[in-house]
Design a protein around this ligand. Structure first.
Ligand SMILES: [Ca+2]
Ligand SMILES: [Ca+2]
Ligand SMILES: [Ca+2]
Length: 153
């Protein structure tokens, strides 16, 4: 008996998660099992577990009782870690200007990663008595707006 088989897509991506595979298997008389191999492509990217299918397309002679197998590729990579670098921000003489922080991941991720952020006041050196400046700034979402600088743009 000869059976034809082929992989088909699921949530996994052909070419980056697994290799499309098709062919035929021949059962010699008296044989009841055969193995089909599919190359799974290794990576170091944190991903969701993903699936593809292996399908028996025809059997000759004979009938097919169960034609489809779902394969799940179980991800084994740790989540990416995020970090932000220290920066020195130059100050102008009036108004304000946007300055930028670089946020980075330890490795690219297959999952969307969301970080929330906020400014906080830190002192450069320990000081025994000090009042915080009245013109401290805050982030609101992605828009950087000074709190008390209206009319100075
Ligand atoms: Ca993968
Ligand atoms: Ca891996
Ligand atoms: Ca992975």
């Amino acid at each position: 008996m000869i059976a034809q088989y082929a992989t088909a897509g699921g949530t996994a991506t052909q070419g980056s998660d697994y290799t499309n595979t098709n062919g035929t298997v021949t059962f010699e008389p008296g044989v009841t099992t055969k193995i089909i191999s599919v190359p799974i492509i290794n990576d170091t990217i944190d991903e969701f577990d993903e699936t593809f299918t292996m399908n028996i397309q025809s059997a000759s002679p004979g009938i097919i009782i169960r034609a489809q197998s779902t394969a799940t590729i179980l991800d084994d990579d740790p989540p990416s870690s995020a970090s932000i670098n220290d920066v020195n921000l130059s100050e102008g003489n009036s108004g304000y200007k946007k300055r930028y922080f670089l946020v980075s991941l330890s490795s690219a991720s297959g999952k969307p990663i969301t970080l929330s952020y906020a400014t906080a006041t830190t002192l450069r050196r320990p000081v025994t008595t000090m009042s915080l400046p009245a013109h401290s700034h805050s982030f609101s979402g992605a828009n950087y707006e000074p709190n008390n600088h209206s009319g100075q743009r």
